[in-house]
Design a protein around this ligand. Structure first.
Ligand code: PRP
Ligand code: MG
Length: 179
């Protein structure tokens, strides 16, 4: 059975603040923040704020089809448009699970001549083959982020036969709007 960990907006902010502290305490000046769409975008935006780095880019990588179900490999479905040549880049995602998405992101971005690529994830799974340079917390649970509650509820109802109430309880709070 899957263990779920619902995460609040406040925990997202606290996690990003911890990552920002780690980056700043090392005296690193980030030139460009690249959010891995979709899950990495909101943490990336928060880190842009906390690190005082206004330049952002986005890279879309898709891997998961459902809770714990992946396609064969992660695929870059939208390339990066921002210029990262000779720049210090911080790649941000919400979670490193197998770590394959980060591997893909780093190898993709390395072709564009960055000075340095650093990586950050809010959450890290203990079994990940990729350890980001910065992360807020390690967990082995399936994380439910504030930005993917509705899709998690839908999957729990449609694929696993839970009632809407049971599914909403698992994801935490605030799901009245789904009825
Ligand atoms: C999820 C998550 C990470 C990735 C982590 O993205 O947002 O990007 O999987 O998994 P990995 O370490 O095993 O590669 P997903 O493919 O579900 O797309 P999304 O961000 O658009 O939801
Ligand atoms: Mg993702």
């Amino acid at each position: 059975p899957v263990k779920f960990k619902p995460v609040t907006w406040r925990e997202v902010e606290d996690g990003c603040a911890r990552i920002a502290e780690q980056v700043l305490s090392k005296g690193i000046k980030v030139d460009v923040i690249v959010g891995v769409l979709r899950g990495g975008w909101i943490p990336a935006r928060l880190l842009s704020d906390y690190l005082g780095t206004p330049v952002m880019g986005a890279l879309e990588i898709k891997f998961y089809r459902g809770i714990g179900e992946t396609s064969e490999r992660p695929v870059v479905t939208q390339p990066l448009i921002a210029d990262i040549r000779d720049k210090v880049v911080l790649v941000v995602d919400d979670v490193a699970d197998t770590g394959k998405t980060f591997n893909m992101a780093v190898s993709f971005l390395s072709h564009y001549g960055p000075r340095r690529i650093l990586t950050a994830a809010l959450y890290l799974k203990p079994w990940s083959m990729y350890r980001p340079d910065f992360y807020a917390e390690e967990t082995d649970a399936w994380i439910i982020f504030p930005w993917d509650k509705a899709e998690t509820v839908e999957e729990l109802v449609k694929k696993r036969g839970l009632t809407l109430e049971e599914a909403a309880r698992i994801t935490g709070e605030d799901l009245g709007f789904l009825k």
